[in-house]
Each structure stands twice: as structure tokens, then as C-alpha cells.
Write a protein that binds this ligand. Structure first.
Ligand code: ATP
Length: 246
């Protein structure tokens, strides 16, 4: 039997009162793949991430991480997930190394191993020279790269990123995208990348289009756009104005 995917979401529905944020959502992220989750504001991306990471209990359906159901086996499932949320996860007054040590301790990683892994990951994201600098002195793009390193401390198979380039300038966006794609290609990490920015998606990427809580399309970006620009295909499918989709 082949190994289960890094993430398998089946028929997940979630409502906030009368608002159905997710409606029978199914998708998967194969091991070692980059999958883009494309949706404009209110699509349900953050709600989905909150269910995968058990901030919310999923009400119906199932979510499995490398075969482990997040409700029935939360420990093994969560141990395999790294997350970069929209909100900042680092203490700005602490240095990069101190932040890494703190998060390693939260994962129960011993001091010596934490230092070794923390430094290796800071090197991986190109910031080892800044290891003893406070996070407050970094640029927005550098902070994002440290957040990626932090999310990888416990060696997860699946990395979730919720609109990680929002608020960054063009060069910093490009660096973060490149870094995460390299983690997939070279380190075998599986990535689910939530975004509303079409230019972050490449033709060969696996793509899930989420709109108003429903999955409207799954496949490669090229299959979805059928030769047209991705934004045009999205607007044609959803009727959402280009301004909102930009
Ligand atoms: N805590 C909450 N209480 C009530 N409604 C919520 C809550 N969180 C999300 N919603 C609603 O659920 C729907 C999906 O929101 P969600 O934040 O998951 O979308 P999103 O794709 O992440 O969009 P954004 O990029 O704006 O965060 C929206 O209609 C939103 O208003």
C-alpha cells in the first residue's frame, strides 16, 4: 500500500452560526508537493487552517495528516504539521536564536539539539549571520523567513502557510516564495500555500480553488486556466470582480 498523502481533507463542513465558512470541502496535498490554495477574502482559507491545526474542532468530515486523523490521533497529526499563520509568531525583543530556542523548548527539544537544529534552519533560510540580532531589527521578509524556520523546528512533513507574503514588498515576496519552493524540491516538505495572489502560482503547481466555502476546482494551475491567464479563469468561474481578485 502506498503511503498516505501529507494531508487528506474529506467532506469538511464548518459553520459560524448561520455563516457556512466551509461546505463539503475535500482536497489533498501529496507528500513532498507544493499545493496552492487560491481564494479571495472570505473563501474559508483561514478557517480550513484552523481546523487542520485543531484551533477549531472539525464538525463533519475528516482531516488526516500523513494518515493520522486530527481528532482521533491529535498528537501524531500535530507533530507532523508546521504552520506559518498570518499573525506574527516571533518575539520581536528576542534574538533569532532565542526565538528558535524558545519554540524548540515548546516542542520538548533538548537544549543542545535545539541549538543545532535552530542554527541549521537559520542557515537554511539564509539568516545565520543574523542569529544574535533581535527580530525587531529584521525586515518583514526576513521575519517571514525566520517564521518558516521556526515552523520547521520539529521536523514536520507538512507546512501550512496562510497568505505568507501579505504586506511584503516585491523582492521580499519573491525570496519567501523561492525559499518555500526550495524546501519542497530539496527537502521533501509538503506545502499548502494559501493565497489570493495569482502571480505566486506556477502553471505546473497543484491548485485548489476555494470560493465562498466551496472547492470549485482541483488539478494543476494549467488545467484550471486552460491557456488563459489564471486571474481571467478565476473571474470567469467565480464572477468575482478582478479588483477583489487582484
Ligand atoms: N470567528 C468567526 N466568527 C464568525 N464568522 C467567521 C469567523 N471566522 C471566519 N468567519 C467567516 O467565515 C468565512 C470564511 O472566513 P475565512 O477567514 O476562513 O476566509 P479567508 O479565505 O481566510 O479570508 P481572509 O483572507 O479574509 O482571512 C467568512 O464569511 C468569514 O466572515
Amino acid at each position: 500500500m502506498s503511503a498516505p498523502p501529507a494531508l487528506a481533507v474529506e467532506n469538511v463542513t464548518h459553520a459560524f452560526g448561520k455563516v457556512t465558512a466551509l461546505d463539503q470541502v475535500s482536497l489533498d496535498v501529496p507528500r513532498g508537493s507544493f499545493t496552492a490554495l487560491l481564494g479571495v477574502n472570505g473563501a474559508g482559507k483561514t478557517t480550513l487552517f484552523s481546523l487542520i491545526t485543531r484551533l477549531y474542532d472539525n464538525v463533519t468530515g475528516s482531516i488526516r495528516v500523513a494518515g493520522h486523523d486530527v481528532r482521533r490521533a491529535p498528537g501524531p497529526a500535530l507533530a507532523r504539521i508546521g504552520v506559518v499563520f498570518q499573525s506574527r509568531a516571533l518575539d520581536p525583543g528576542l534574538t533569532l536564536r532565542q526565538n528558535m530556542a524558545y519554540h524548540a523548548a515548546l516542542h520538548g527539544i533538548g537544549r543542545a539539539e535545539a541549538r543545532e537544529r535552530g542554527d541549521a534552519l537559520l542557515a537554511r533560510v539564509g539568516l545565520i549571520e543574523r542569529a544574535d540580532t533581535p527580530v525587531a531589527a529584521l525586515s518583514g521578509g526576513q521575519v517571514r523567513r525566520v517564521e518558516v524556520a521556526r515552523a520547521l523546528l520539529h521536523g514536520p512533513q507538512l507546512l501550512l502557510l496562510d497568505e505568507p507574503t501579505v504586506g511584503l514588498d516585491v523582492a521580499a515576496r519573491r525570496d519567501v516564495v523561492r525559499l518555500v519552493r526550495a524546501l519542497v524540491a530539496e527537502d521533501g516538505v509538503a506545502v499548502l500555500w494559501a493565497t489570493h495572489l495569482f502571480d505566486e502560482i506556477e502553471a505546473t503547481d497543484r491548485l485548489v480553488v476555494l470560493h465562498l466555502g466551496k472547492v470549485l476546482a482541483r488539478g494543476t494551475a494549467a488545467e484550471f486556466s486552460g491557456g488563459a491567464a489564471l486571474a481571467d479563469a478565476f473571474v470567469a468561474m467565480t464572477g468575482t470582480a478582478p479588483e477583489a481578485a487582484a
